[in-house]
Design a protein around this ligand. Sequence first.
Ligand SMILES: [Fe+2]
Ligand SMILES: [Fe+2]
Length: 357
Amino acid sequence: MKKLLEEHRKLFGSFEVIEFVDEAEIAKLRAKTETDVPLDINWTWEYGSEVAELRALYEKGKVHQWNAETDIDWEFPVTKDDFVLNPQASLLAQACALSGKDEKTQKAAAFDELAFLLSQLLHGEQAALQLCGQLTNVCDKMDQKWYAASQVIDEARHVEVLSKFLARKMGTIYPIGPTLKYLLDELLEAKGMQKKTLGMQTLFEGTAVGIMDLMRSESRNPLFTDMIRRVEQDESRHAAFGVLTMRRVVKEASPEEMAEMEDWAFAILEALNANQQIDMLKVLGPKYGIDPENMTRIMVSLPNHAELNSIPFMHTVIPNLQRLGLITERTEPGWRKVGLMVDQRGGAPKFELPLVS
Ligand SMILES: [Fe+2]
Ligand SMILES: [Fe+2]
């Protein structure tokens, strides 16, 4: 399968980075807010439960609902004067330390970086909200429709909580990065339940769980920890729906269909990963005297780049794809080559950018 966004790729050492350089093209991607989605509507007259594990997941979802306005302690302060996450988890804070900038600047840089990352998660949540709405139509079993409907309210709550956190506590919502916008459109426009479930529920939800788990374990702020813990708990239910549904899909798929899904899964995550953090660095780097390309070059050539880079992927999405038979001997070297997959014999590595010792 052809690589996505081929025309935007640039070699940094031996690593291929996706970078949008044309501001007009970025603006056009962001301005594209309408899109034609082929959607099949499926009625069903079977109202009893047909898929017991999905019914159980739906019941679990009902029990674990929460209220983004009243269950979160919004009074708790989040400020630029403290590290919200451990400084080791912030690329900008590390780069500032490396160039001798004081701690106040390092904290401000880490704060900006977190706002950028949370903004991207927020835009991803909006895509999940819309895609889940599609699933209520496109799925053919009532259990799936009920479950997808319960996920719609989860995703609305995630959009609510992240947008409120950004507006109330961080003061900024950054625009969506062009690579992310392109990939989310790919998922929203994908035809049929199989691709939608594989794309959003398995690949993106699985990756989101990994990112959130990392953020929660590095958090120093109780309000932030509580918010992420709640969202992450919902996301692991969503990733479970992806796996349960995909298990049925792969059982019925032909070898050709399996190969197509395997290639598509790789193409999507490879492109997501190929952006590295260059979109963030281009927006925030100059403010702190950091050259985005230089910094990216340093990151991708670190001897332990793959170990660090693969942490959020190895958490949920890679094991799930392996269990589904969607990473095979044919594609495994590709996943390893771009640092999405590593052996974890010594247990999961701790996330610590080794730029400053
Ligand atoms: Fe979500
Ligand atoms: Fe989700």
